[in-house]
Write a protein that binds this ligand. Structure first.
Ligand code: SIN
Length: 506
């Protein structure tokens, strides 16, 4: 039995009550309503990033397993697409209820495999569940249109039809919510799916599938293919190129997004891509600085900086720069408590893996070697573990430093000074990313100008968090294609069918 080490206790006592309670901890993949191994029986380890210990081994599936999963989802689509919107809504609502009831267990799994503090994991479950609730409602409002015909005795109607099997590829930073956000929408639309969760965090996806089954989601509607980094490319290729797949929905890096987009092109597949960001956080002199600081903490240190919408560059007007930087340093010192996510009071966990941790450290080291100054942090917290990086505030950052233009994806805040609105707009927009932007001002005209002129898919005025099920989440430029959440989220998974009824006088 190898599935019981959640890193919750130092005393790894197999088959304790704690473990038996964790019936959501799965060690098999989920295809056609069955818990299955890889065809060739291969497995790979899922470890706890806080202590590097094994949580469980899961199937290391390959291209053949992925093909099988797409076939299963194709069969399930034949019946799921003909269910009524009311039936789909009912099932989604039951899935929502199951996830709500199991919030604590889901949160433990999220913390064990992603490292985030338990309170944040519970927040993620609430956030993820909000998509199931939202799409349970939305399912009943995927309406068509009756168009005024330009011809006599003819009638035009537009209906929305499910696109078919959807390939879902999800990241490790929100291992539960990124699944419900996509699967809630596609199920509401009448589609079925194959999910390939990140190799770092497949357990949240499997737990979500278990709860979906208990909620009555029919066999084959949701399938979860687990695969290690070694097999990810081969599995991804099947998921993008299989002729039965209608849409590829991916959240992750721009680099991988471009590869998937290229593969999708060969079959002219629909893509929904939520990719990297490089969010500016802009503070004007009229802003309530204390409020801006509270929100800077949220925008930067939510999930320890590992969020596409996380603030990446803090642009502070010269009149309030010193006040902001001083307040930021103080808050980081007081509020960023580093440690394993299961420990009471911890607000910042480990980074997900060694590669991410090294990337963050290299960005800081490069900046410091070129003259940047860490006012707090700036190094690994090796006394806690191998992937803990101190919450860091860097000043004196210059364009020639790598950290100036790259997405940091870690707990490092970079503060830069500006003088004018035009200047900050120019530099904030000088990136190929265009996901989220944050602006703090009390000037109404300025807030409208910034909303219009910032080249980002989402702009928050006087707030550091903009994620929810109700608004349309998504980016422009190299931050992605398509929108998630909102009434538009289901559009990614439907085609508009135009039907002409003619000869109505005959
Ligand atoms: C992401 O960072 O990938 C998503 C974050 C969110 O949904 O708020």
């Amino acid at each position: 039995m190898n599935c019981l080490r959640l890193g919750i206790s130092k005393n790894f006592n197999y088959l304790t009550m704690e473990c038996r309670r964790l019936h959501l901890l799965k060690s098999q993949a989920y295809i056609n309503g069955e818990w299955v191994s890889a065809g060739n029986k291969a497995v790979f380890p899922v470890t706890n990033p806080a202590n590097d210990q094994l949580i469980v081994e899961v199937p290391d599936m390959d291209a053949t397993d992925a093909q099988n999963a797409v076939s299963v989802a194709t069969n399930a689509f034949q019946t799921w697409k003909d269910t009524t919107a009311k039936e789909r809504s009912y099932i989604l609502r039951k899935w929502f209820d199951m996830c709500q009831k199991n919030t604590d267990l889901l949160a433990e799994i999220i913390t064990a495999e992603s490292g985030k503090p338990l309170a944040e994991s519970k927040g993620e479950v609430a956030y993820g569940n909000s998509f199931l609730e939202w799409f349970a409602d939305t399912a009943r409002h995927i309406d068509g249109e009756v168009i005024q015909s330009p011809w006599p005795n003819k009638q035009i109607i537009l209906t929305r039809q499910p696109i078919g099997v959807v390939s879902i590829i999800t990241p490790w930073n929100f291992p539960f919510a990124m699944i419900t956000r996509k699967v809630g929408a596609l199920m509401a639309a009448g589609c079925t799916c194959v999910i390939k969760p990140s190799e770092d965090t497949p357990l949240s996806a499997l737990a979500a599938a278990e709860l979906a089954e208990k909620a009555g989601v029919p066999k084959g509607v949701i399938n979860v293919v687990t695969a290690s980094r070694k097999n990810a490319a081969a599995v991804g290729k099947v998921m993008c190129e299989h002729p039965n797949v209608g849409c590829i929905s991916f959240t992750g890096s721009t680099h991988v997004g471009k590869i998937l987009y290229g593969m999708a092109a060969s079959g002219i597949k629909r893509v929904s891509l939520e990719l990297g960001g490089n969010a500016p956080f802009i503070v004007f002199p009229s802003a309530d600085i204390e409020h801006a600081l509270d929100n800077a903490m949220l925008a930067k240190f939510r999930n320890n900086g590992q969020a596409c919408v996380g603030a990446n560059r803090f642009f502070i007007h010269e009149d309030v720069y010193d006040q902001f930087v001083e307040g930021f340093k103080k808050r980081i010192g007081q509020k960023c408590i580093l440690g394993p996510g299961t420990k009471e009071g911890v607000t910042c966990g480990p980074l997900i893996n060694k590669m991410q941790a090294d990337k963050v450290s290299n960005l800081v080291n490069d900046a410091v070697s070129k003259g940047a100054k860490p006012l707090i942090g700036g190094k690994f917290a090796t006394d806690i573990g191998s992937k803990f990086y101190e919450s860091t505030l860097l000043v004196d950052v210059k364009p020639e430093m790598n950290i100036y233009g790259e997405e940091i994806f870690g707990p490092v805040a970079v503060c830069l000074k500006f003088k004018t609105e035009d200047e900050v707009l120019k530099v904030a927009n000088s990136t190929r990313s265009g996901l989220a932007a944050y602006v703090f001002t009390k000037d109404l005209g300025q807030s409208f100008r910034m909303s219009r002129k910032l080249e980002f898919g989402m702009v928050a005025i006087n707030d550091g968090i903009l994620s929810a099920a109700e608004p349309a989440f998504g980016g422009i430029k190299e931050s992605g294609i398509g929108r998630e959440g909102s009434k538009h989220g289901v559009e990614e998974y439907t085609d508009i069918k135009y039907t002409l009824f003619s000869a109505l006088d005959k």
